[in-house]
Design a protein around this ligand. Structure first.
Ligand code: TRP
Length: 340
């Protein structure tokens, strides 16, 4: 059987945080052992919201790459590349845009939601409406079977499947229908208890130094019903404990849980314990990342190499697409073998 292809991407929004790590990257690292994996940095997708100031996009792409590599994505095992280094994404996006009804795009729940949420930005652009069409091109270009994404991407993947069916029915079977791979991920709360997200400013980043982690831990929300030190705590609703579950060894986790319920340990002490664990957990990644960021030329080389490999598969797909759409022109020659 053909080896299954996995593909996923992230927008170049800058430094990755623990939510990105536990919610996606860690899973990608595991998947690269089992599948033919393609992971890319969606710098063009970053422009759909950040088109007015594009000065940080390139720098952000390298920050993302450094985090990925530090977290264990391996350019030898996976094809790691940059969207804009593979111009076929733009070509396929254009062709798919021709067969995508406006109504399908306007119905995507994230579309209106985001326009409402990001009020500061004018998102009434052609590019922003077409975001999921570009995403579909990203996926189909590699004829991916599986797309590991978070639940928030479900509607985009549904749309991708619809566009795939429309293409295959209209022109010929080129693409497998890509399936979303929703892998169970732990809840990663932010410092304030809401979902960890860069836009909320409540993150702990892979790049954070021990001092920064300590300071951030001190500001973390804990069990709101535990007002006095002598009140018993409720680990199941406490943010600190959610993090213990992610980064602490079982002995420490169990001890904290027990002592918190009995009010033997206070939130301040617990924050110190947690900070130590977070620092130890992130230390190897942070150091590796620092090394990587010290040589941006080398990071670019890695992206160039990966993108060349990605392009091999992408250009093969585009040959088939042009052929099925009778747009390859060379078929009009009397002797097709003369094709250049
Ligand atoms: N939209 C995805 C996100 O915000 C990023 C993305 C762009 C993507 N193209 C993709 C994810 C293709 C999977 C496949 O997370």
């Amino acid at each position: 059987m053909r080896e299954k292809v996995v593909l996923s991407g992230m927008r170049s929004t800058g430094k990755m945080h623990l939510g990105n790590y536990f919610g996606a990257i860690k899973n990608w690292v595991d998947l690269q052992e089992k599948y033919r994996s393609y992971y890319f940095i969606a710098d063009w997708h970053a422009l759909t919201t950040d088109y007015d100031d594009t000065t940080q996009v390139a720098e952000n792409s390298l920050e993302v790459l450094a985090d990925w590599l530090a977290a264990g994505l391996d350019p030898e095992r996976s094809v790691i590349f940059l969207q804009s280094f593979v111009p076929e994404h733009a070509e396929l996006h254009l062709l798919l845009s021709m067969i995508t009804p406006l109504g399908w795009l306007e119905r995507v729940p994230t579309y209106k939601e985001q326009i409402r949420e990001l009020k500061k930005r004018d998102l009434s652009t052609y590019g922003f409406l077409g975001y999921p069409v570009l995403q579909t091109a990203d996926i189909l270009l590699y004829r991916a079977d599986f797309v590991p994404v978070g639940e928030d991407q479900a509607s985009h993947l549904e749309l991708s499947r619809e566009i795939t069916r429309r293409f295959n029915n209209n022109y010929g079977d080129v693409f497998p229908e890509p399936k979303a791979l929703f892998t169970p991920t732990p809840r990663v709360p932010g410092l304030d208890g809401r979902k960890m997200s860069k836009s909320y400013g409540n993150t702990i980043d892979i790049a954070d130094s021990p001092e920064v982690i300590r300071a951030k831990c001190q500001t973390m929300f804990t069990d709101p019903t535990r007002v006095r030190r002598s009140d018993p705590g409720h680990p199941e609703t406490c943010n600190l404990f959610a993090f213990h579950k992610l980064v602490s060894p079982p002995e420490l986790r169990d001890r904290v849980e027990r002592e918190c319920r009995l009010a033997q340990i206070g939130c301040v002490d617990d924050k110190k314990l947690l900070a130590d664990r977070l620092i130890a957990f992130l230390e190897p990644m942070r150091l590796r990342r620092e090394e990587l960021m010290a040589d941006k030329g080398e990071l670019l080389n890695i992206l160039r190499k990966g993108s060349d490999r990605a392009r091999e598969r992408a250009s093969e797909t585009m040959r088939r697409v042009r052929s099925e759409m009778t747009l390859d022109y060379d078929y009009l020659r009397a002797d097709p073998l003369e094709a250049t």
